[in-house]
Design a protein around this ligand. Structure first.
Ligand code: ADP
Length: 163
């Protein structure tokens, strides 16, 4: 039987419970998911690639058949290189739609054989983003309901938090 492989690209700065929820749902559909940590020249990240790789691996190590890698090129090239014909993206609200629609159609324009599917997280994560988590952590507020313990510790270390 053909292996169904998908990639889940993102910045993961840091990985949140919303991202984890998407991977947990997606692995029920695919045989293997490759989480691809992007190097985005337009985004100023709080965590460097090695830190994001480490936190993402830790956060997903309870799920089988997941690989986490750093992106060294175009998303569609990474997909092709790993024999993945599907790109997974999460959709939280209608506000995500314009941007996601544009990227998905652009990717399909350059690689017609690679499709994007959108996964909806549990409603309780629909408001959650890495940006919100970084901002809350920066102001020393409790982030335990947004990220797992490992990521929470890393955020506290970053901001020298005492909570
Ligand atoms: P990017 O910079 O590529 O948007 P992110 O790490 O912010 O990277 O997000 C990666 C993917 O995960 C995107 O498809 C995004 O919509 C989705 N995502 C982010 N946060 C959540 C969440 N709370 N619930 C579901 N999907 C999410």
């Amino acid at each position: 039987m053909k292996n169904k492989i998908a990639i889940y690209p993102g910045t993961f700065d840091p990985i949140t419970l919303g991202h984890i929820d998407i991977v947990e749902r997606s692995i029920k559909i695919f045989d293997k998911i490759i989480v691809v940590i992007g190097i985005n020249s337009h985004k100023q990240c709080l965590f460097n690639e090695a830190e994001r790789l480490d936190m993402t691996k830790h956060s997903l190590n309870h799920i089988d058949n997941i690989e986490v890698i750093i992106n060294e090129g175009l998303t569609v090239d990474i997909a092709e290189k790993h024999n993945a014909s599907t790109i997974i993206r999460g959709l939280r609200a209608i506000s995500d739609f314009d941007y996601e629609f544009q990227i998905a159609l652009t990717n399909r324009k350059i690689r017609y054989n690679i499709d994007t599917i959108f996964m909806l997280p549990d409603e309780k994560y629909t408001y959650l983003s890495s940006t919100i988590v970084r901002e809350i952590a920066m102001f020393n507020e409790n982030i335990n309901s947004f990220v797992n313990d490992y990521v929470s510790t890393k955020l506290k270390e970053k901001f020298n938090m005492k909570i």
